[in-house]
Design a protein around this ligand. Structure first.
Ligand code: TRP
Length: 334
């Protein structure tokens, strides 16, 4: 399928704003993947409503996310960036795969347990079957590889189990996906608690740098970043705060930890934090300029959304028709 390139699929939720951690840890490494893979990046709005959302807010966040991906350098002519809700095959395949997934399997999902503890007043069936929708996203495109963080590995494992189960009954319908093990991105921690990952859903806005933060905000957040007691710019386990800043500075400038340590030998935290803040602000400025341009160009973004949605729909429908036939639905008249 598709000029023999392997297929890569990833989905992202539009809840919260993308952070520097998302950029340095994932997105930055995705920019060149389209040379080797046919890449699909779906804004998974069907997944988002498993938790209550404000409709206007969800629509805005989903569009912003899509534009941020483009602003960060994902070329929408070479990568299929599209809305999950624009391709009805996701929901249709999810229903079918629901019938090939066991309650016991879904009961074991740690994310379901975490989310139902967090949203105890709204433990809906969608939250429970969320992993089946995710399996459908992946299997619908005959995906070979999925770049996922650790927190999603259990869902990918389930996706593989569902695919293998379905194939064993009906023959080779689905490609069984693997996790994408590319070059590891930088692991960026919270600026306020460097033992925790930087997260777009952190309640403390000072803990994360958002890709849309302006220069003053970026510099202020780094000034307030938690550091350690040794007062030395040195990368080590005992100094998680300083080490995180070294990691960020290294990832942004391309310097090794040793080079960073050398550059700031004999300097204090104040100087170092300012340098990290400025380097990050310099990194984000062009991205934000591009984002603002894209926000003004409604026609261009609408065209991307339409073309990519149609492309995704074409491949999705191919798999879906095959599956519908296999399970015994009558041939479609139109
Ligand atoms: N569940 C993923 C998350 O919360 C998002 C997602 C949905 C996804 N569908 C996917 C990721 C398919 C990879 C592949 O991060």
């Amino acid at each position: 399928m598709m000029n023999d390139k392997k297929i890569l699929f990833s989905g992202m939720q539009a809840t919260g704003s993308l952070t520097l951690g998302n950029y340095l840890g994932a997105l930055k490494n995705w920019l060149n993947l389209c040379d080797d893979y046919e890449c699909f990046y779906s804004v998974v709005d069907l997944h988002s409503i498993t938790v209550r959302q404000d409709p206007a807010e969800l629509r805005k966040k989903a569009r912003n996310l899509l534009m941020l991906y483009i602003a960060a350098g994902l070329d929408p002519e070479k990568n299929c960036i599209y809305y999950q809700s624009h391709v009805s095959g996701h929901a249709e395949l999810a229903w079918i795969l629901n019938c090939f997934t066991y309650m016991g399997e879904l009961n074991r999902m740690t994310q379901f347990k975490d989310k139902s503890a967090k949203h105890a007043d709204n433990i809906n069936a969608g939250l429970f079957t969320y992993p089946v929708l995710m399996a459908s996203d992946i299997l619908l495109y005959q995906t070979d590889v999925v770049p996922v963080g650790k927190d999603q590995l259990q869902h990918l494992e389930l996706t593989r189990d569902i695919a293998i189960r379905f194939n064993s009954i009906y023959g080779d319908v689905f490609t069984v996906p693997e996790p994408y093990l590319g070059k590891a991105g930088a692991k960026i921690m919270s600026l306020q608690d460097p033992t925790k990952k930087m997260s777009k859903s952190d309640e403390n806005p000072n803990a994360s740098i958002y890709l849309t933060d302006d220069r003053d905000t970026v510099i202020r957040k780094f000034k307030r970043a938690v550091t350690d007691s040794e007062a030395r710019i040195h990368y080590c386990e005992e100094q998680p705060g300083v080490s995180n800043l070294i990691e960020i500075y290294g990832a942004v400038t391309g310097k090794t930890f040793e080079e960073v340590e050398k550059e700031f030998e004999g300097k204090g935290y104040g100087d170092f934090k300012l340098a990290v803040g400025e380097a990050v602000a310099d990194l984000l400025t062009p991205l934000q300029t591009r984002f603002n341009e894209l926000s003004q160009d409604k026609a261009y973004i609408d065209k991307i959304i339409k073309e990519n949605g149609e492309k995704a729909d074409y491949y999705a429908t191919k798999t879906l028709r095959k599956v519908q036939k296999k399970v015994g639905f009558p041939e479609r008249i139109r």
